[in-house]
Structures are given as structure tokens and as C-alpha cells.
Design a protein around this ligand. Structure first.
Ligand code: BTN
Length: 338
């Protein structure tokens, strides 16, 4: 049980302080270091060194390997400064407990595990990279290490299950505000959980919840944002439909500043919704509705339904205008433009 006590975040460089690793050796030696020298220093096999170097590369380290010369560190991933974020969110619910990971399976999976173990509302799991990032409808979320923002916030809202999905809209609106406060872009929301710049997806939200029908136990709001991802680093299949803030503006974005703003905006919007209901969030969603008045197709179990997007109702359900003035409501579904 973890409730109560604040969890101390761990900056990556402070971990394993007494145990030198491959990266320490490469940092201490600006030129090439042979695999043999590293394996002798660490007392591990050459194969273990090779595997470790490969895993560091996957985590964003630029390590060059040249036969008969060894390895050289050329580039390190830019890390989030969790101490800066903690200082900025100190007075907040979302500043209570950070769990920072260099690499993790999925921040949502970890936040759900912590939720089940009794972690307090406001626990935030942050990662520089994920090995199995999850998207909506069983999709994957991929992001090169240190280039995006990947985090999950644990909430324990005083709501029933039927309102849980409205928190996706709350989080989406808060994310738009936070991004626009730092980056000169206009962000819109593609119902229910996608963040769009022009016609490309820059981020997504995955909300997972557990509890009884009339009382939520926990909600995990997971957010993935493409921040400093280069065009060439976007998955090939998504290069025409995805974008990063850097690609959209031509400038890198300070991820630490952006994460602090996102957490503060998310908290403000969440507390407002928990106290006063969802009217404000719905009104703001309507101003940012990417689908409004467009011809769309909603995938349902019984096949696609085609019509004109007509906004959302007071429960956050998507309204679709069908022929003969008939309006159909969708509480979930995959929406594509026609
Ligand atoms: C979507 O577009 O379908 C939602 C994507 C959500 C991705 C984020 S990344 C951080 C958090 N952890 C996950 O495994 N998923 C969410």
C-alpha cells in the first residue's frame, strides 16, 4: 500500500550510483573504447557489453561501433528534468508523486499497477521511452526515446463509471491549452482522444478506468505527444498522417516546460470538472472539434455508419447527422474522414 507518503522521483544519472556501467565508461572516455576494455572493467563478457550497447542505442544514445577500435559515445538523449517539473508542480495534486523511468513497457500499465496497489491520486508515471506503448482500440503508440512526452496520471474522481470517458475530453482540452501556451500552433481534438494540428495527429490520450458502476475506483489518463520527433523518425506508415510539434513549427520544444504546463493544465481542468461538472470542458471541446460538419465514417460492430459530424452531446457522445434528419449517438468507435 503506497497511499500517503510522497514517492521520490529518481533522476536517471543518480541510479546505480556505486555501480559503473557501459555508459559511464563511454562518458569518461571521449574517444573509442574497445569492447575488451569495457568487458574487463565491468567484469562481464564481450557479448554482454554488445547487448548493453544495443539497448542503449534503442534508448536514444548515439553510440558508434567500429571494428578493432571499439565504441564511442557521440550523442545522448535529451532528458526531462524531473526536478524542474517537481518544483513547478509542488503545490499541486499532480506534483505529489512522480515515477520517472528511462524505459518502461507502458506508463499506463505501470500507473494501473500502482493504482491497484493503492497509490494516491496525483501519482504521475513518466517515461523517456516505452517498449509496448498502448493506443486506443488495441493500437500501439511508438515514440523515439527522449523525443516525445509519454506519461500517465492516476486519478480517483468522485464520479460514476458513465462519466469516466468525459475525462478524456477534459484531458484533451487541457492538453490543447498547455501546448498552445508554449508553441505557436492551433490544436484541435478529433473525437474522442486525438490531438490534431492541421490534418495530422500530434498526440493521443488513452483513458483506462476501474470501479463500480456508481463509483470509480481509479482512472489512468495516459498521454502521448510527438514533440521533438523528426519527420524521418515518424513511423513510415504514419508520415502522411502524423506530425510532431518540431515538424509543425520548425523549432525544437522544451519538453520539461511542456510537461509542467500539461500537468498544471490537466489538474486545473480535472478539479474544475470534478467540482462543477463537465459543461466548461464540453464548451471548450466544441470550439476545438476537428470533425464538426465533416463527412465521417464511424466503424461499428455492424459495419460503418456514414454521416455528417454534428458535435457532442452533454455526455460527450459523438452526434452524427444521418440522412432524413435522423441523428445517431456514438459512445465509442473509430472515426475516419470520408
Ligand atoms: C491513441 O492515440 O490511441 C492514444 C495514445 C496514448 C499513448 C500514451 S503514451 C503514454 C501512455 N502510455 C501508454 O501506453 N499509452 C499512453
Amino acid at each position: 500500500m503506497e497511499s500517503g507518503a510522497p514517492v521520490v522521483y529518481v533522476e536517471p544519472r543518480k541510479m546505480n550510483q556505486n555501480k559503473r556501467t557501459v555508459i559511464d565508461i563511454l562518458r569518461d572516455n571521449p574517444g573509442f573504447v574497445s569492447g575488451e576494455a569495457i568487458s574487463q572493467t565491468l567484469g562481464v563478457s564481450r557479448n554482454a557489453v554488445h547487448k548493453h550497447v544495443n539497448s542503449l542505442r534503442k534508448r536514444g544514445y548515439g553510440i558508434v561501433g567500429v571494428s578493432r577500435r571499439g565504441y564511442r559515445l557521440e550523442d545522448e538523449p535529451c532528458r526531462l528534468s524531473m526536478s524542474t517539473i517537481a518544483a513547478r508542480t509542488e503545490q499541486s495534486v499532480f506534483g505529489r508523486a512522480f515515477r520517472y523511468h528511462d524505459e518502461i513497457e507502458s506508463t499506463n500499465v505501470e500507473a494501473k499497477r500502482l493504482a491497484g496497489a493503492g497509490a494516491p491520486e496525483g501519482t504521475v508515471v513518466v517515461a523517456e521511452s516505452q517498449t509496448a506503448g498502448r493506443g486506443r482500440l488495441g493500437r500501439r503508440w511508438t515514440s523515439p526515446a527522449g523525443k516525445g512526452l509519454l506519461f500517465s496520471a492516476l486519478l480517483r474522481p468522485p464520479l460514476g463509471m458513465a462519466d469516466a470517458h468525459l475525462l478524456t475530453l477534459v484531458a484533451a482540452v487541457a492538453a490543447c491549452d498547455a501546448i498552445e501556451s508554449l508553441v505557436p500552433v492551433s490544436v484541435r481534438i478529433k473525437w474522442p482522444n486525438d490531438l490534431f494540428i492541421d490534418d495530422r495527429k500530434v498526440g493521443g490520450i488513452l483513458l483506462e478506468a476501474a470501479g463500480e458502476q456508481d463509483a470509480i475506483d481509479w482512472v489512468v489518463v495516459g498521454m502521448g505527444l510527438n514533440v521533438n520527433t523528426e519527420y524521418s523518425e515518424l513511423p513510415v506508415a504514419l508520415r502522411r498522417t502524423a506530425v510532431s510539434l518540431k515538424v509543425a513549427t520548425g523549432h525544437p520544444v522544451d519538453r520539461t516546460d511542456l510537461l509542467a504546463r500539461l500537468l498544471l493544465a490537466l489538474e486545473e481542468a480535472y478539479l474544475d470538472a470534478a467540482r462543477n461538472g463537465f459543461d466548461d470542458a464540453l464548451a471548450q471541446f466544441r470550439e476545438r472539434d476537428y470533425l464538426l460538419k465533416r463527412c465521417i465514417s464511424v466503424q461499428t460492430r455492424r459495419g460503418p455508419v456514414v454521416g455528417e459530424a454534428a458535435g457532442v452531446d452533454e455526455k460527450g457522445a459523438l452526434l452524427v447527422q444521418l440522412p432524413h434528419r435522423h441523428i445517431q449517438r456514438f459512445h465509442s468507435g473509430d472515426v475516419t474522414l470520408r
